[in-house]
Write a protein that binds this ligand. Structure first.
Ligand code: ADP
Length: 313
C-alpha cells in the first residue's frame, strides 16, 4: 500500500530569499488522522500551498497515493481536498451553488454534482442555508461550507489548515465528530492546528514542524507516554493565600481556592491527598490538566499561545 502523502527533501525559498521549508521530509499513511503542528511561521501553510499547487516548490518531491505531483498533477489533485485557512469562495454565490461549481471543477457530471452538493451540505448542517449567499453566513457556517466544498469530489486525502481556528467550542466538538466519522469511513486526514488538544483528541500520528523542518515525527500516544510530568488542578473549600506545602511536590496557587500540583512519573496522588488532609485542606474537586502536549510543544519549539491553560473555568 502506498502512503497517502510522501514528501521528500522539500525546500521552498520565497522570492525575497526567505527559506520557509528546509529539507522537509514527511510520510502519512493511508487511513491516518495526522496532525501537523508548529508555531506561527513554521511553514505549515507553505507546505499545504505546495500540495495544492498554489505555491511552487523550490526543490524536493511530493507524491500523493504514490503519484508524483510533478508527473501527474491532475491525478494528485483528484485525490486531495483542501480546506484553506482563509475563506476563498465567491461571497455573492449561494451555498449550494458553491458546492456544485466546485464539483464541476473536478469534472463531475451535473447530476452527480447536485447529488454530492446536497449530500455534503446536509452532512455539514447547512441545508437550511443552501440558498443563502455565503456572505451572509456566520463564521462557523462559512468554515463548514469550506469543508463541504472540499469534499464534493470525495477525495481520499483531506487536508485542513487550522479548521477550528476562531470556531466556538460547541461547533468545534461537532466538527471533530464529523471529521472522526469521515476518517473512520476511510478518508485520510491531515490537519494543522494550534490547539494541541485537537491533535490529542483526534489524531493518531503527528509531526512537529519548526522553521521549515520536521523536528519530531511520532504517534500521539508515544509522545504522551514520554511526558513524565502530569499536572492536577485541585479546587478546595475555603481560601489559601499561599500554595500548600507538600513534601516532594511542587504546588502553585491558581486563585484563592484552587491550586495546581505537578506529579512526576511514579509519584502517587495518595501522598498528595494525605498531605493535604493533614493540613486540614478539604478538596471539593480535582481534574487532570488536559493539555499536556502543550508543554512538550513549547519545550520543543520555544513557543506557545501564551496561555498556561490553568485559568479557572
Ligand atoms: P505557518 O503556516 O506555519 O504559520 P507559513 O508557511 O505561512 O507558516 O510561513 C512560513 C514562513 O514563510 C513565515 O516566516 C512567513 O513569513 C514566510 N512567508 C510566507 N509567505 C511568504 C512570501 N510570499 N514571501 C516571503 N515569505 C513568506
Amino acid at each position: 500500500m502506498s502512503a497517502a502523502l510522501s514528501i521528500t527533501g522539500l525546500c521552498k525559498t520565497y522570492e525575497n530569499g526567505f527559506v520557509a521549508l528546509d529539507d522537509l521530509n514527511l510520510q502519512v499513511e493511508e487511513g491516518d488522522f495526522f496532525a501537523l503542528l508548529g508555531p506561527n511561521g513554521a511553514g505549515k501553510s507553505t507546505t499545504i500551498g505546495i500540495l495544492c499547487s498554489l505555491i511552487r516548490k523550490t526543490s524536493g518531491q511530493v507524491a500523493v497515493f504514490g503519484v508524483d505531483i510533478d508527473r501527474d498533477f491532475s491525478a494528485a489533485k483528484n485525490n486531495i481536498g483542501v480546506v484553506p485557512q482563509e475563506f476563498n469562495f465567491n461571497t455573492w454565490e449561494k451555498t449550494y451553488d458553491i458546492c456544485v461549481t466546485q464539483a464541476g471543477y473536478y469534472g463531475l457530471p451535473r447530476s452527480l454534482a447536485h447529488e454530492r452538493a446536497a449530500k455534503y451540505i446536509k452532512l455539514l448542517g447547512l441545508w437550511d442555508k443552501r440558498n443563502s449567499i455565503s456572505r451572509g453566513l456566520s463564521g462557523g457556517m462559512k468554515r463548514r461550507l469550506m469543508i463541504a466544498r472540499a469534499l464534493v469530489h470525495e477525495p481520499r486525502l483531506l487536508i485542513l489548515d487550522e479548521p477550528t481556528a476562531g470556531v466556538d467550542i460547541e461547533l468545534r466538538r461537532s466538527m471533530w465528530d464529523f471529521l472522526r466519522q469521515i476518517n473512520a469511513a476511510g478518508t485520510t486526514i491531515i490537519l494543522t492546528t494550534h490547539y494541541l488538544e485537537e491533535a490529542e483528541s483526534l489524531c493518531r500520528n503527528l509531526a512537529i514542524i519548526d522553521r521549515g523542518r520536521i523536528v519530531r515525527d511520532t504517534s500521539v500516544r508515544a509522545l504522551l507516554r514520554e511526558l513524565n510530568r502530569e499536572t492536577f488542578i485541585f479546587d478546595m473549600e475555603g481560601n489559601l493565600n499561599a500554595p500548600p506545602n507538600i513534601d516532594g511536590y511542587t504546588a502553585r496557587l491558581i486563585d484563592a481556592n484552587s491550586f495546581a500540583v505537578d506529579l512526576l512519573k511514579g509519584q502517587a496522588l495518595n501522598d498528595v491527598f494525605s498531605a493535604l488532609n493533614n493540613q486540614g485542606i478539604k478538596i471539593t474537586s480535582m481534574r487532570n490538566k488536559a493539555n499536556r502536549l502543550e508543554e512538550m510543544f513549547i519545550a520543543m519549539t520555544g513557543s506557545g499561545d501564551g496561555s498556561d491553560g490553568e485559568s479557572p473555568s
